[in-house]
Each structure stands twice: as C-alpha cells, then as structure tokens.
Design a protein around this ligand. Structure first.
Ligand SMILES: C[S@@+](CC[C@H](N)C(=O)[O-])C[C@H]1O[C@@H](n2cnc3c(N)ncnc32)[C@H](O)[C@@H]1O
Length: 467
C-alpha cells in the first residue's frame, strides 16, 4: 500500500518535506508463498521544517539501539562487537561471520553479522533497518495484529525528537508509540477510534514505572455536533429548530418509536412508554429527567424511556429509584455511536441498551480510612456476546476488565487514585481496593470507573464522609 499512502502523504505534508523511504527488515519465520516472502515494511519519512532546524539525532540513535539490541540478544564478543547468539530460521546456530565478505571484514574489522552492519555506533545510519518483530512470548506482546516492536519506535523517536518534545500517533492501536515516548521522556498524544485500542493503551501506559499522569479524552460531543450538522443541517443559520426536529425524528425512528408533538420534554411514544431524547451535545441532566417524569405524570402515563449519549454524574441508579417512588417505570437507554454510521443503519446493526451500572461496597473506618469493593455490575449487552464466549462467563465480575477510583472527584477530570486491571499474567481484576486515608475530615465524592471487556466505560459517583 505504501505507494498509495505516499501520494496522500505528499499532499498532506508537502512533497518537498519527503526525506526518505526507510525499509524496515524483520526476520520472521520462513513462509511458503507463491511469491517472495514478505520480510520488510516501508516507513515514509517526512520532516516538517527545513534541514537547518530539524531534529536528526542519528548518532545517539545508533548507540541507543545497540543498547536495545544488547538487552534483547545478550550478544558479546571478546572485542566488544555485536553478535547474535541464537539460532537462525532453520534452527542451526548462527555463525559469527555469516554473510560477511573479506572486503566487509577489512572495512569494518570485527563486524560479526551482516544484518547488524548498521547498528555499529559511529557508522552513518542506513535507510534499511533490521529490527526483529516481537517475539510471541515477549512482555510487550499484546496480540495486536500489526503491533510494532518498541525497538522500532525507540529508534524513530530517538532520531527525530528530544526529551520533552511532543510525539503524536493518530492511529495508536495498542499504544506502542505512546508507551515508548513516555519511556523516553517525550510528551505524547495518541488517538484511536476504537474504544478497545484506547483501553489497551491506557493499561499499557499504567504498567510503565513512573508513568506521568495522562488524561483520556473523548471526542464525544464535538463529533456528534458535526454529525448532526452534516446530517440534518439546513441551509440557513435560523434552521436550528428544523435541525433539532429532524434529529429527534431520526432517533425515534431508529428506536422504533412514533413522534408525538405538543409536549415540551416528551418527544415520542413506544408501545406504552413515552420517550424523551437527550441532546446531542450535552449529558442528560437529572432536572431534564425529572421534568420528563413530571410531564409523564401530567398525562397519566406510567412508563418513560430516556435516550441519552451521556449522563449527568451521579444520576444512575438514583434517578431510577426516584422515578419508581413517584410511580413511573423509568428506563435509561444509551444511544450507541453507530447511529452516526450510515452503513450500520443500513445493515440494521443499531441496538439500544440500558445504561450499565455498578454497585459498590463502601466502607469507612476510624482514622479517615475508606475502602471500596465492587459488588455488582449490571451488564446490558449479554445477549450480544458470541455463545462460545458467553459459556466462559460465569459471574458479573468476568465482565470487568479494569476499574479505577478517584477518591476526591471534583466534577471535572477523573484522577486515577487507585486502579486494578487484568494483565496477561493476572487474569482476575481485584475486587477490593486498597485502603485510602483522607488527610482531612469532611465530605468527599468518590468516583468509580469500570471498563468492561468490550472497552465500554461506566462511571458512577458515591458520597462518603470521614470524621
Ligand atoms: C495498525 S493499528 C496501529 C498500530 C500501532 N501504531 C502500533 O504500532 O501498535 C491502526 C489503528 O488505527 C485505528 N483507526 C483506523 N481508522 C481510524 C480513524 N479514522 N481514526 C482513528 N483511528 C483509526 C484502528 O482502530 C487501529 O487501532
């Protein structure tokens, strides 16, 4: 694909900023194919500024890389030159002089293995690199189909940036770029449209010793507003009412409800239930739900479905109990992001699910100590799980992949105070937190965030008072 990618990148970065094509050679098991075995990938190298002020630390990188190689292959020889100790793809031991011609030996005395020609400190970098792909058993392996070895990103980041510089990966996947940038003391931004990729990246970063704090941000409402504009947008500024109306009609149709007019908060009806649709660019608020309940009662109806993209903090499950007390059966339904995908709509792939919720066991002890235990997790998508996986799921906690606590939630960013998550070695997430000790007595809001095995977040707040 690289020739197609290059044409797009030339347009994006400017053809003059194209510096070189780098061939990344990796060693992989021999495969029998009809054509040549694929043993390399292509890296297209662009730089933003002219040669005078761009970063190109090649000497450092070569030295850095030899450190990595050293760690991986434990090579040593009497003269201190590199040597791979191991077996080649046929399983026979690699000989030190494999592939070397007498001229090579003259030119690079002591050189031991042809693929490592370039990795000698002090030798100018070549535009072909040999870096092995990730070993199946390696700690960094996350089973991402196209996962790159950290050694490859280490080289790229070391060569093209300095400590404190900003590194960006628009398609971060399992987070290799972010993890390496973090380890090399660079600042970083990673993006991905897959919730799961973001989640894997988050866990990977948390596993790095002394990882600096980072935030997980959701494009959320910006993307949705854009979608609403392009999908229902009228031609004039003052068409906003029309856009809103179309948005509501569209949602009702997807939800299988009919449009009802003449009410303020109630937008539709599905069977016996009245339906309220939350705004595209704001969380559904407690006031909004209460107003809808009020309207329901006003027309003597006892069932209400509220559809929302996001929910005001602390709303669930409290509001459902509150509605019940007032005689209304309330269902909170999350609008799936697939409604923004025409293809998913055409395929009939849109499914609405009740909001997931957590039950916790909050304990306070003398000395301003608090622990949080996970007690239950209502998982609404159970029937979407393939049967063979469903059989393996025995209890609610099997749905939890990660959970975290912010001990003093301030209504803005979630601050990880304590986390537990599954790793390859530890398959079960701990269900009880460590003890947290508050410095001062008072009332605090604890926020618990759980991520299920599909990468969906569920967050809930709980109040606590310590004396
Ligand atoms: C090949 S993987 C990235 C691998 C990663 N750089 C690494 O080395 O581990 C590509 C990622 O791009 C994401 N992706 C695809 N299209 C995207 C888009 N339009 N915006 C953001 N992410 C996208 C996919 O979800 C996938 O995780």
């Amino acid at each position: 694909m690289s020739h197609y990618a290059k044409i797009v990148l030339d347009e994006l970065f400017g053809i003059d900023n194209f510096k070189n094509e780098i061939i990344w050679c990796y060693k992989e098991r021999e495969r029998v194919l009809n054509f040549y075995n694929p043993k390399h990938d292509v890296i297209l190298f662009y730089s933003k500024s002219g040669s005078s002020n761009r970063t190109f630390n090649w000497r450092g990188a070569c030295e850095e890389f030899s450190e990595v190689t050293k760690a991986k292959f434990k090579y040593v020889d009497e003269k201190g030159h590199y040597q791979i100790r191991g077996t080649n793809t046929q399983g026979s031991p690699i000989r030190a002089a494999d592939g070397l011609t007498p001229e090579h030996e003259k030119k690079y005395p002591g050189l031991t293995y042809r693929d490592y020609l370039e990795d000698r400190p002090g030798v100018a970098p070549r535009d072909w690199w040999t870096i092995p792909i990730i070993n199946k058993a390696a700690d960094e392996r996350l089973d991402y189909a196209t996962q790159k070895p950290e050694a490859l990103l280490e080289r790229i980041i070391n060569v093209s940036s300095n400590e404190g510089d900003l590194v960006l990966d628009f398609f971060c996947g399992s987070g290799t770029t972010c993890a390496v940038a973090e380890k090399l003391s660079r600042r970083w931004i990673g993006c991905d449209l897959s919730r799961w990729a973001i989640h894997i990246t988050r866990k990977r970063l948390l596993g790095i010793e002394n990882c600096r704090p980072f935030e997980v941000l959701n494009l959320g409402k910006y993307e949705r507003k854009y979608w609403m504009g392009v999908t229902f947008g009228g031609k004039k500024e003052d068409d906003i009412q029309m856009v809103l109306f179309q948005y509501i009609a569209f949602m009702l149709k997807l939800y299988g409800a009919e449009l009802l007019t003449g009410m303020q908060h109630i937008h539709g009806k599905k069977g016996r239930a009245l339906v309220h649709i939350g705004a595209v660019d704001a969380p559904v608020t407690i006031d909004e739900v209460n107003a809808s309940i009020e309207e329901c009662l006003g027309v003597d109806q006892k069932e209400l479905h509220v559809l929302g993209w996001e929910w005001e903090m602390g709303m669930t499950p409290y509001i459902v109990q509150e509605a019940k007390r007032r005689g209304v059966k309330l269902l909170l339904v999350t609008i799936p992001r697939e409604v923004m995908e025409q293809q998913a709509i055409e395929k009939g792939d849109i499914r609405f699910f009740e909001v997931a919720h957590l039950e916790v066991d909050l304990k306070t002890y003398k000395g301003r100590k608090v622990t949080v235990g996970l007690k239950d997790f209502a998982f609404p998508y159970a029937d979407m799980i393939p049967e063979d996986v469903r059989d393996k799921i025995k209890k609610w906690s099997d749905y939890i992949d990660y959970w975290a606590i912010d001990w003093n939630f301030q209504n803005d960013t979630f601050m990880n105070g304590w986390v537990a998550y599954r790793t390859r070695k530890e398959r079960k997430p701990l269900l009880k937190s460590d003890t947290h000790i508050y410095e001062k007595p008072g009332k605090y809001t604890i926020m618990v965030k759980a991520v299920d095995i599909f990468g969906n977040d569920t967050s809930q707040t709980f109040d606590v008072e310590v004396k």
